[in-house]
Design a protein around this ligand. Structure first.
Ligand code: PXL
Length: 248
């Protein structure tokens, strides 16, 4: 059987912990076929983001077109976009594609660096409107207007609780017309959380590409992220990467 084809439209993390690199590892370990449209390069390690270079929007569009037109795509994950112009060409392309889309509204890195400016965040509206699922963390949900604004958009989203306080992590899934769901698990206390959001969204995209429902995909992706956190190799002086390679 052929593997599900997953396209990650995101930024590159030279340190290998987040972004495109986390996505390729996640999709591959979960049995998918990973393709990429790189929106930005970051010079980055576990301690921080040292430089960012957004890619020409036409080049981002060309990468998407190349993947879609030849190999084909069963699901898309969107991560760091890099500029409002890139967000616009990504929306132009994806509005024509009928496959599951997981949108991670990346704004800030684990180390605290800004990865989206105000204009880029404003451009998220079109992407949320076409996404099968949007995956904000605590500060991202707040920047998007919180639960009232997300519910008013009538979109499915998972409010990730990893950045909240407390001994348990609670992830809430809200889908229009369905009862809210929540998953609770004891917090894994570790500084090695770099790339958890990227890993979560690309895992969900891979499960959706394999035909899972949103609920099944979220459930399985949570388990994968937790297992990868527990398998973190302990690299670097800051927020280290996950151990994708050691899971499954
Ligand atoms: O997790 C957010 C994120 C997304 N994309 C890139 C990143 C990060 C966090 O560091 O570096 C490229």
């Amino acid at each position: 059987m052929q593997p599900p084809r997953v396209l990650s439209i995101a930024g590159s993390d030279s340190g290998g912990g987040a972004g495109i690199q986390a996505d390729i590892k996640t999709i591959t370990v979960l049995g998918g076929y990973a393709m990429t449209a790189i929106c930005a390069l970051t010079a980055q390690d576990t301690t921080g983001v040292h430089a960012v270079l957004p890619i020409d929007p036409a080049m981002v569009a060309a990468q998407i077109d190349a993947c879609v037109n030849d190999i084909g795509v069963d699901a898309v994950k969107i991560g760091m976009l890099g500029s409002p112009e890139i967000a616009a060409v990504v929306a132009d392309r994806l509005e024509k594609l009928v496959v599951p889309i997981v949108f991670d509204p990346v704004m800030i890195s684990t180390s605290g660096a800004a990865l989206a400016d105000t204009a880029t965040i404003a451009a998220f509206e079109r992407l949320m409107a076409i996404a099968t699922l949007t995956t904000p963390n605590v500060p991202e949900l707040q920047a998007l207007g919180g639960d009232p604004a997300m519910r008013a958009r009538s979109v499915a989203y998972i409010a990730k609780g990893g950045d909240a306080d407390g001994p348990d992590v609670i992830d809430r899934l809200i889908m229009p017309g369905e009862p809210d769901r929540a998953w609770t698990a004891p917090r894994i206390v570790t500084r090695h959380t770099h790339g958890t959001g990227c890993t979560m969204s690309s895992a969900i995209a891979t499960f959706l590409a394999s035909g899972a429902s949103i609920v099944e995909a979220v459930e399985d992706a949570r388990e994968f992220v937790r297992a990868a956190m527990l398998a973190a190799p302990g690299f670097g002086a800051g927020h280290g990467p996950l151990g994708h390679h050691a899971v499954r």
